[in-house]
Design a protein around this ligand. Structure first.
Ligand SMILES: [Zn+2]
Length: 670
């Protein structure tokens, strides 16, 4: 009677049995946890969830996003059908959605919404006209030649400053222009073809587009040659060079009309912070040496390339082929509604977010995670007090910084006011440009005003979190705590301490003390507060981790960049150590009761691995290795855990196994 057996197993496994336990069912029991903990903890899930053709990777973050997207879509669809008062949140959301989803309209319009910008670019007849246009394009969302922002002054965190930074590249990072690995070389060939395709699409003949594309690549390659490497951008002092606008104008870049450009943006600073002065000197020379036609083509390419996702089918095919297939390995485009939601989240995300948290993030969850932050702060403080290598003077300063660290949990207390943003039904791309312009004005108008420390840099529906050194704060959006298919109340403490706790709260908290964050003081100012002796000891200890990660080779010929990813790796490792300590203080740990054969400490480490449950296509992995300061997910499990003695004990990892570094090589920072 074989129909009885399945029925029985359903009865046994429902509710709190293994099938309801994400940690248990995700395990691949054939893998030894001491050999590859990532594959052990997540292998079961990964086997059941191959990467969909429309994605470049798949994992827990995507599943959380899928759940959130389904909710947001309902909000959008309802708003699109309603007649809401002009200027209201619902009107903006509804009009944005209805217009962006209208494929027939995008087809009818073709490239015409970009016509006014393209006409202006066609009229460029000098270097200075090209720069005037570049200043204008910044307003509507296209950055060219360099990067710019108005943000807190690193040395005076209660003032806003104008920052100028290296930039202007079409590929994700400077290394893409030079790295000799075969996959990267192929990307360069494809990029040339993409440039040509975009220029042709914009109305240039095939022959002219070919010549133009080669000129733009040569120009960008020179910009890249004069850009600092990813790891060299991690030194905040080295990337902070305050200079008067006079010096910027007359000594560094006489060709760029800064005073007109900046005042066109409503900015009249007397000084600016230049990240990489040598980049700007090189740009100055390059502008003089480059034919105006190339500057025109360069601007034309960037405007059109940025707008492709919001235009007609031909444009979307161009965008898909290079930006998704070549760079990320996606096999087919994502459904239109998902792409529209991504654009909407970028453009008016907080409008959506306010509606979202009202329905989906209850006060009990907000309290649980606010309390968790305090538990972690307490454990970190005790750990700092116990450190045998740090002098009392530095310890006292570290304790002060930790005690001053602010937390933002779930969603903003004060919502951004979008009332002046115009969203209508004329075209998808115009709505995107309006939103970009609104965001730009919002940013530049902060200059000269008191810093608003209540602001959030991520929407509540973002599956991510951050540490902001200028505010000495951790920001934890509501979505980052979510486990797909589960209500928050269903998640046991062991899982939560590993998952949201170690991987997110502890991780972000220790960023304030990593190789970069430690250079900022309790008030968020770039200022030395370590004794020389302690700073030297920290660097020496951190160097062990640089070497550990440099040795990982996820793609043959491409290693993890140990220096560029150091801050993130220290944060993963520190988050785990604090997490273990904090978890040991809980009732669940003290009682020691196993759930589904897993001890509390095992569940804690599995919870940590759950937060990195994902895999990606080789193309995206390559892109990440070259341009991201985060190590790929798998190594964020393998790397830090192989330094954690409580982990060895929980899973019986023996000396000599891959998940246990030799005692002389173990990282010892926190
Ligand atoms: Zn981080």
């Amino acid at each position: 009677m074989n129909f009885i057996a399945p029925l029985l197993s359903v009865l046994i496994t429902s509710g709190h049995g293994p099938s309801g336990d994400v940690l248990k069912v995700d395990i691949d029991p054939r893998v030894n946890p001491g050999v590859d903990f990532f594959a052990y903890a997540n292998g079961g899930w990964l086997k059941r969830h191959p990467i969909p053709h429309s994605e470049s990777g798949w994992g827990i973050g995507n599943e959380v996003n899928d759940e959130i997207n389904a909710r947001l879509r309902k909000i959008d669809e309802a708003a699109a059908k309603k007649q809401s008062p002009a200027g209201s949140d619902e009107q903006k959301v509804g009009d944005f959605w209805a217009t962006a989803m209208d494929e027939a309209k995008a087809e009818r319009l073709g490239i015409t919404p970009l016509k006014p910008e393209l006409d202006k670019i066609d009229a460029i007849d000098s270097v200075s006209a090209a720069l005037t246009e570049a200043f204008h394009l910044y307003r509507v969302g296209t950055g060219a030649f360099f990067s710019f922002s108005v943000s807190q002054d690193e040395k005076k965190s209660d003032e806003m400053a104008v920052h100028l930074y290296q930039g202007g590249l079409g590929l994700p990072d400077r290394d893409f222009y030079f790295n000799k690995e075969a996959g990267v070389a192929k990307i360069r060939d494809e990029y040339l073809r993409y440039l040509q395709g975009v220029l042709q699409y914009s109305g240039i003949s095939e022959d002219d587009a070919k010549t133009a594309a080669a000129g733009v690549v040569a120009f960008e390659t020179e910009l890249a040659r004069n850009s600092r490497k990813l790891e060299d951008l991690r030194d905040p002092l080295h990337n902070y060079n305050r200079m008067s606008v006079d010096d910027l104008q007359h000594r560094l870049t006489p060709t760029i009309g800064w005073s007109e450009g900046l005042s066109g943006w409503d900015l009249k600073p007397s000084s600016v912070i230049v990240g990489q002065p040598e980049f700007f000197s090189a740009l100055e020379k390059l502008l003089a040496d480059t034919p105006v036609t190339t500057l025109r083509n360069y601007l034309r390419f960037h405007v059109v390339s940025d707008a492709l996702p919001f235009l007609d089918r031909k444009a979307q095919e161009l965008d898909f082929h290079f930006n998704h297939l070549v760079l990320n390995g996606q096999k087919q485009p994502r459904p239109r509604w998902k792409r529209v939601l991504d654009a909407e989240n970028g453009a008016i995300g907080f409008v959506l977010g306010r509606i979202f948290v009202k329905e989906y993030f209850p006060p009990a969850a907000k309290k649980r995670y606010a309390d968790l932050v305090e538990a972690f702060r307490h454990s970190y403080s005790k750990r700092i007090a116990r450190l045998d290598w740090m002098t009392p003077a530095t310890k006292a300063m570290a304790q002060h910084k930790l005690a001053s660290l602010r937390k933002k949990v779930g969603y903003p207390d004060k919502w951004k006011d979008y009332s002046t943003l115009q969203i209508g039904r004329s075209s998808f791309v115009e709505n995107m440009m309006h939103a970009a312009e609104w965001g730009f004005n919002d940013q530049v108008h902060k200059f000269g005003k008191p810093v608003d420390r209540t602001e959030w840099g991520m929407t509540p529906q973002t599956y991510n979190a951050y540490y902001d050194p200028s505010n000495n704060e951790i920001v934890l959006p509501a979505a980052t705590f979510a486990v797909p298919g589960k209500m928050d109340a269903d998640l046991d403490d062991a899982l939560v301490y590993g998952y949201a706790g170690a991987s997110t709260i502890g991780h972000e908290m220790t960023h304030g003390f990593d190789d970069e964050g430690r250079q900022f003081d309790a008030k968020g100012n770039l200022k030395e507060w370590w004794t020389k002796e302690d700073a030297a000891k920290f660097v020496k200890r951190a160097d062990v981790m640089v070497k550990q990660f440099n040795a990982y080779e996820p793609i043959k010929g491409l290693h993890i960049n140990g220096k560029a990813s150091l801050g993130e790796n220290i944060a993963d490792y520190g988050g785990l150590l604090i997490g273990v300590d904090a978890f040991k203080q809980t009732e669940v740990y003290r009682r020691g009761r196993s759930i589904n054969g897993l001890t509390p400490m095992q569940r804690f480490f599995l919870g940590y691995a759950l937060s990195w449950l994902s895999e990606e296509r080789e193309q995206r992995l390559r892109r990440q290795l070259l341009s991201d300061v985060h190590a790929p997910a798998k190594w964020r499990v393998l790397g830090p855990l192989s330094n954690i003695p409580d982990f060895f004990e929980a899973f019986g990892v023996r000396p000599g196994q891959p998940m246990r570094r030799a005692s002389g090589q173990i990282v010892r920072i926190w």
